[in-house]
Write a protein that binds this ligand. Structure first.
Ligand code: SF4
Length: 389
């Protein structure tokens, strides 16, 4: 464990040292900034729908995207998808090695595949050789829901036992690739409960130095899914574990990307985007703050995404009274502190005067957009940034 803080401005979380693995132009591990990924939820054979969803993910700051490959038609569709997107594409394959070969031919940047599932050693060799020839890494992904019965039977059915089973299963897959001198490996060990997940990643980090793709699987819809993911991934990141993450939500995948970014920003492991501070309101609140805060958040969402892509951060505060409000609003790049029927607008610590309550949202959004333009030039829709490569 070292303390090579990567890009946190003030909170030096330790980072476990892992080997660097290239995924197209992106680097995962080796101290590269932690990347945020998501998975498409469209049929992969539907190229139009899948490309549209990936474009929405790109705009939100997704660094790499995975698509499930359930059949040969999906594998063949990957080339057309790959040609129209800008972020690395990962093919998720389970049992059929020909799908993996088709995906590699289609130009994917990474495979998610457990070599032990292929059964035939010749098929494993064929996939490893094709991946090596193209410089494509393989993620080995164990999932608590699909641990083979024989493996599960070796360990107690407890979080600690399940974590051991996940790691033993992953190590068996890893050894198959290592035996072929294939070490461009990323590992995930996911369970739908936080404790098993955390225990499994700790065990794997002690066993190997491959980069870790962290997440709590099948976490559920928001807010439960967000809370479980934040608890699990946050705990791991706090221990220095995790090189790339996916927040698995039963929701629009853009929400997964938003959540990943919020988590990394909260831990100061990644910069870029808008951090919104808003008070919970209480009996002192002088304005109707809830709708104001939600309107500000919604109207700044696109700018938030563009600032992520540009790696630029802004802090915005929406506060309800003149007790705590002025302090928070002053500390933000832009903020309002509620007063009776109006709000005091602050920009970088300076009061800009009072604004009627009815105009607070428009005024604050306008000032934030103007500051974003002024402080860094046009905030355009550039590539999701900070790949560390
Ligand atoms: S900022 Fe004011 S209104 Fe908001 S929670 Fe604090 S005391 Fe209450």
């Amino acid at each position: 464990m070292d303390s090579n803080r990567v890009n946190g401005p003030s909170y030096p979380l330790p980072r476990q040292t892992t080997r660097a693995v290239r995924v197209g132009p992106l680097t995962i591990g080796g101290g590269a900034p932690i990347s945020v990924q998501a998975m498409t939820k469209t049929p992969t054979v539907d190229v139009e729908a899948t490309v549209a969803q990936i474009h929405a993910l790109e705009a939100a700051g997704c660094h790499l995207v995975r698509a499930a490959v359930p059949d040969a038609a999906s594998a063949r569709a990957l080339a057309a998808i790959k040609a129209r997107i800008r972020i690395p594409l990962v093919a998720d394959i389970h049992f059929n090695y020909t799908f993996a070969l088709l995906a590699l031919d289609g130009g994917v940047d990474k495979l998610r595949l457990n070599p032990g599932n292929l059964k035939n050693p010749a098929h494993v060799r064929a996939v490893a050789a094709a991946a090596t020839a193209r410089g494509v890494p393989i993620r080995i992904g164990m999932n608590n829901g699909s641990i083979p019965a024989a493996l599960r039977a070796r360990f107690p059915f407890t979080p600690a036992g399940n974590a051991q089973a996940l790691v033993e299963g992953a190590l068996a897959h890893i050894r198959l690739l290592e035996a072929l001198d294939f070490t461009d490996i990323i590992v995930s060990l996911k369970a739908s409960d936080v404790i098993t997940t955390v225990l499994a990643y700790r065990l794997m980090a002690a066993a190997r130095d491959y980069p870790l793709h962290v997440g709590v699987t099948e976490a559920g819809p928001p807010p439960e899914g967000l809370i479980k993911s934040a608890a699990g991934i946050g705990q791991l990141l706090g221990e220095g574990l995790g090189d790339t993450l996916r927040v698995s939500l039963t929701a629009d995948p853009v929400e997964e990307v938003d959540a990943g970014w919020h988590l990394l920003r909260a831990l100061e492991l990644r910069e870029g985007g808008i951090t919104l501070t808003a008070c919970p309101t209480c009996a002192r609140c002088d304005v109707n703050l809830d709708p104001i805060a939600h309107a500000v958040k919604a109207r700044l969402r696109a700018l938030d995404h563009r600032l992520r892509a540009a790696g630029r951060s802004l802090r915005v505060a929406v506060m309800g009274c003149e007790v705590n409000g002025p302090g928070e609003a002053r500390d933000a790049d832009l903020g309002i502190a509620g007063a009776i029927g109006e709000g005091v607008l602050f920009r970088q610590g300076q009061s800009l005067g009072r604004v009627p309550e009815a105009d607070l949202v428009d005024t604050l959004v306008r000032e934030v957009e103007a500051l974003a333009q002024r402080e860094g030039g046009p905030v355009d829709a550039r590539l999701p940034g900070g790949s560390g490569s």
